[in-house]
Design a protein around this ligand. Structure first.
Ligand SMILES: Cc1ncc(COP(=O)(O)O)c(C=O)c1O
Length: 452
């Protein structure tokens, strides 16, 4: 039964059980409530507002582009800013990921990527190809639309839609803290997780598998979980061996979030298709992309039919492209990727102090993409029962202290498992990290006192 706490108006909110503070404006890493309360946006919404709130340069760019040309349909026209934005993205992406198919968000990006993979095999091998399956992982998130949700391995988000989803195979995540193989080191987990891909490809039959999709650093489903380099080296080889396309989902980790341009840069491999959104425009406009390498692009668009059978009205609109280009230029000019690496390391050091609270089980991440997982018993890693609502309590206690975290659950068995993601704007300063930590610690201390 709904608690009906959401404001009574015409908005179909996501969660009627939540009291929604009304935000008046944002500046830098802070959000300001209409009631005068100030919050540190320690999750940038959902790892989105990476250059911080209230950027005046973006506002000017927006105004200029609206006055010049806001919308043209990409099926008929091209505009300089669309081309420049794609060029800038290609400069950022590794290897020959140079062909940018614009969409309006993360789910559209992953949907486009799997359709691209399917069409690649059709164009290359003919319409009788049997390659269509996309292998993905448990404890992963790739979006909420039905194709993206079919890849998503997050039970709470899938459950009620299960009959409507595609039967895409799932393998275990490189979620070392709760790895199913009893591995003692991250390297062992990484190897086992990569071997699981080969086993699954063989089980399904390589002739039926079109692609494998993975996040480089896990976002909401097991925040901060990441592998060692060996994982991506093995996965790259396995995909090549069995003629399977490698899709790396950088929707959350891309554009500097992890302290590198892209999460996959840590591992030195180049996927066949990369998906991006969020940090590509840092929340200043809805935009995303599926970025193809030369082989995928040439096969469909040059040697093949030349017509990607996909597209959305707003995909590649000039306004969003101008804004994204402006934002990426700011990220580059201000050195925010390097700052994410530096402040991420500093924040990670500070967070070690949270281990003095017995409910803190694991802290992991890369750059400014860090997950904190809660347990009832640190020795056995037993999670709290859902009825204890730890993620809710932590979130509210942190909010009261003036710090916003991104909570999640279900990472243990699809039901239990409480965690949150920390992903503050990449322009955060050392002093702001100190402030964030102090407030966060008070929120966790209070939660600990309430539940133990
Ligand atoms: C890795 C990843 N892929 C895809 C998505 C879906 O993006 P959107 O919510 O913009 O549809 C998300 C969103 O959190 C994500 O983190």
């Amino acid at each position: 039964m709904s608690l009906n706490k959401a404001p009574k108006n015409n908005v179909f909110y996501r969660n009627q059980n939540w009291i929604y503070p009304r935000i008046a404006y944002g500046k830098g890493i802070y959000l300001y409530g209409e009631d005068g309360k100030k919050y540190i946006d320690a999750c940038s919404g959902s790892a989105v507002a990476n250059i911080g709130h209230g950027n005046e340069e973006v506002a000017r760019c927006y105004e200029e582009q609206v006055k010049r040309i806001a919308f043209t349909h990409l099926s008929r026209w091209t505009v300089d800013v669309i081309e420049k934005c794609a060029e800038k993205i290609s400069e950022w992406t590794p290897g020959d990921l140079n062909h940018v198919h614009f969409v309006s968000g993360g789910s559209e990006a992953t949907e486009a990527a799997i359709k691209m993979a399917r069409q690649y095999f059709i164009e290359r091998d003919g319409k009788n190809t049997t390659k269509w399956k996309v292998i993905s992982k448990w404890n992963s998130y790739h979006g909420a639309t039905l194709g993206a949700l079919s890849m998503t391995g997050d039970t709470p988000r899938r459950k009620i839609y299960d009959p409507m989803l595609l039967a895409f195979p799932k393998i275990p995540q490189f979620y070392h803290y709760r790895n199913p193989w009893g591995c003692k080191t991250l390297e062992e987990t990484s190897i086992k997780a990569a071997q699981a891909l080969e086993e699954e490809i063989l089980r399904q039959g390589p002739e039926n598998v079109a692609a494998f999709i993975t996040e480089p650093v896990v976002g909401s489903a097991a925040p901060g979980a990441h592998p060692e380099k060996i994982y991506f080296e093995m996965v790259r080889e396995i995909c090549k061996k069995y003629d399977v396309l490698l899709i790396v989902d950088e929707v959350m980790s891309g554009f500097g979030r992890t302290g590198m341009k892209f999460g996959v840069d840590y591992f030195g491999v180049v996927p066949d298709i990369m998906t991006v959104a969020k940090g590509m425009s840092c929340g200043y406009t809805p935009i995303g992309a599926a970025i193809a390498n030369g082989e995928v692009f040439e096969t469909i668009m040059v040697k093949g039919s030349g017509n990607f059978v996909h597209g959305h009205t707003y995909g590649g609109n000039p306004l969003s492209c101008a804004v994204a280009l402006c934002v990426i230029n700011i990220l580059e000019r201000e050195g925010y990727v390097e700052n994410a690496a530096k402040q991420g390391e500093y924040l990670m050091q500070k967070l070690q102090g949270l281990y003095k609270y017995p409910i803190v089980g694991d802290i992991r991440g890369k750059g400014l993409m860090i997950g904190v997982e809660f347990v009832k018993d640190r020795e056995t890693k037993e999670p709290f029962d859902v009825s204890e609502n730890i993620k809710g309590k932590v979130t509210i206690n942190c909010l009261e202290e003036g710090v916003v975290v991104y909570p999640g659950g279900g990472s243990v068995d699809g039901v239990r498992g409480d965690h949150f993601l920390l992903a503050p704007p990449l322009n955060i300063t050392k002093e702001e990290v100190d402030e964030l930590y102090e407030k966060l610690e008070r929120g966790i201390k209070k939660t600990c006192e309430q539940v133990l």
